[in-house]
Structure formats: C-alpha cells, structure tokens
Design a protein around this ligand. Structure first.
Ligand SMILES: *[C@@H]1O[C@H](CO)[C@@H](O)[C@H](O)[C@H]1NC(C)=O
Ligand SMILES: *[C@@H]1O[C@H](CO)[C@@H](O)[C@H](O)[C@H]1NC(C)=O
Ligand SMILES: *[C@@H]1O[C@H](CO)[C@@H](O)[C@H](O)[C@H]1NC(C)=O
Length: 249
C-alpha cells in the first residue's frame, strides 16, 4: 500500500515536473462581472485589481468587470464575447479560470431580471466557459458596506442564494465572496469599512487599498478551493491573518 502510494506520488510529480508539481499548465484568470470586480474608475472599482496583483508571473489575468453590468447587459453589450475570445486564445498554453460575479445590478427592479432568470443566466455563462475547455468559478456578490446601527445590512439576500444554487445545479465551484466579505466587514465595523470607499459615501465600490484587501479575500478563497494554485498566487500571511481575525487591515 505504502509503496503503491510512493509510486503514484513519483508518477504525478514526474508528469508535471516541467511546469509545476501540481498543475499541468500555468493558470490564467479572466474576470467577468460588474463594477465590484472592475478596475478603479469613476463609478466603479472592485476586488479585481487587488486579486490580479497576487498572481505570480507568468500567471496572468484580465479584468473584464464592467460598471453597471448585469448578466443580461454583459452578454448583449459584447463583453461576454470578449471574455470568450480571451479564453479561446489562452487555453492552448494556460489552464484558464473565469470568475463570474454579478448581482448588484441584476437585483435592481428597473433591470427587470427575475431571480430565476439570474440563475439561468449564471448557469449559461458557466456552461459557455466549460464548453471552451476552461473552468468557471461562480462568485457570490461582494457585500456592500452599509450598516444599520452596528449591523451590516443584508441587501443582497435575493441574488446571493441564487448564485449559490446556480453553482450547485451546474456542478461549478462556488467562491462565497459574499459570506467572507460580510464576515470581515461586520467584524471591523462601519467606521473602518468606510475607509475602503472609493469616494465618500459610496459604500459599494472599493478604493485601491480596498481592492488589495478584498482581492486578498478572493485569492484566499480560490486557494482554499484548489491548493494546486498555490505556486501561482502570492500569499500574504499578515493580511490573511488580519482578515481571519476580523481586524481592520
Ligand atoms: C419584464 O420581463 C418580462 C419577462 O421577460 C417581460 O414579459 C416584460 O415585458 C418585461 N417588462 C418590462 C417593463 O420590460
Ligand atoms: C491537484 O493536483 C492533483 C495532482 O495533479 C490532482 O489529482 C487534483 O485533482 C488537483 N486538485 C484540484 C482541486 O484540482
Ligand atoms: C501584506 O499585507 C500587509 C498588511 O496589509 C501589507 O502591509 C504588506 O504590504 C503586504 N505585503 C505584500 C508583499 O503585499
């Protein structure tokens, strides 16, 4: 039994030795989402920039987060076609992951997107990624940082369970950013949470420092999902420790 295990270990190490002991190819990350993924700009700014900064060369990523996007507009406006083109161009040389995070705009009544449609749309996006030979990761929506007294508001409670269900239904990895970001923001409190605001009073979008902190949360969730990525995602034990302890970073 032991010698069989030793043999298998040798085998798996030798077959991947040219790149990494655990991944056949270098990973690449394409980020699909709304302004809470997008690069810092007027009216936008999410975790994407901070997450991509953790990648170790030659691993790379592209942030396709689009301010105001829903699961409908992202497809209709051509962003999804752009994501698919990036994926197709990368799969020969990279193990490609596509993060899919929507909900903040889908939930707005004027968008007229039902929860059932939201779920169906997420599943369709994930299936497209699989069809291209890449790995979809469905993320629950980054929390807003609005408090009711000392309690963090739970204003995404329609889209978050829907994303969890969409991932489970389609056998896609769920990265529960909403749960992790809520836990941290609730722990640090309203005053500290406001320090991540892109502009004063905007408790949805993140400034550059906030992107690093919440990007770290995403990086750690992705590492927990697949430890084989650890040669490609830089760790920061100090920052991860503060987040885990619920201490403002
Ligand atoms: C909302 O969506 C439903 C279902 O797609 C459609 O029948 C209805 O016309 C839409 N309403 C508006 C105001 O766009
Ligand atoms: C990690 O790598 C090993 C060896 O290649 C593989 O058997 C395993 O399925 C990988 N784990 C994940 C979560 O992909
Ligand atoms: C790690 O996190 C700490 C705390 O946020 C920060 O001061 C430091 O610059 C980070 N280190 C790197 C290499 O990003």
């Amino acid at each position: 039994m032991l010698s069989l295990l030793a043999f298998l270990t040798t085998l798996s190490f030798s077959s991947f030795a040219s790149t990494s002991p655990t991944l056949a190819k270098t990973p690449a990350f394409i980020l699909a989402g709304d302004s809470t993924t997008a690069v810092q700009s007027t009216g936008g700014g999410g975790w994407g920039t901070g997450f991509l900064a953790t990648l170790i060369d030659p691993s790379y990523g592209v942030n396709k987060g689009h301010n105001g996007a829903t699961t409908v507009s992202f497809v209709d406006g051509g962003d999804w076609a752009a994501v698919k083109k990036l994926v197709s161009g990368a799969t020969a040389s990279y193990e490609v992951y596509v993060t899919i995070q929507f909900g903040h705009n889908d939930q707005k009544s004027e968008k007229n997107i039902s929860i059932s449609e939201f779920k169906t749309n997420l599943k369709a996006l994930a299936q497209d990624v699989k069809d291209l030979g890449a790995t979809p990761l469905i993320l629950t929506s980054l929390t807003r940082r609005k408090f009711d007294g000392t309690e963090l508001k739970d204003d995404l409670s329609d889209v978050v369970p829907a994303a969890r269900t969409a991932a489970a239904d389609s056998n896609v990895a769920l990265i529960d950013l909403n749960a992790a970001s809520r836990k941290y923001v609730q722990a640090i409190g309203s005053e500290n949470a406001d320090k991540y605001n892109l502009v004063s009073g905007d408790r949805t979008h993140l400034n550059a420092h906030g992107s690093d902190v919440f990007g770290r949360i995403v990086a750690d969730l992705i590492l927990a999902y697949n430890g084989n990525l650890s040669s490609w995602i830089e760790k920061n034990a100090t920052l991860s420790g503060l987040i885990a302890d619920g201490v403002y970073a």
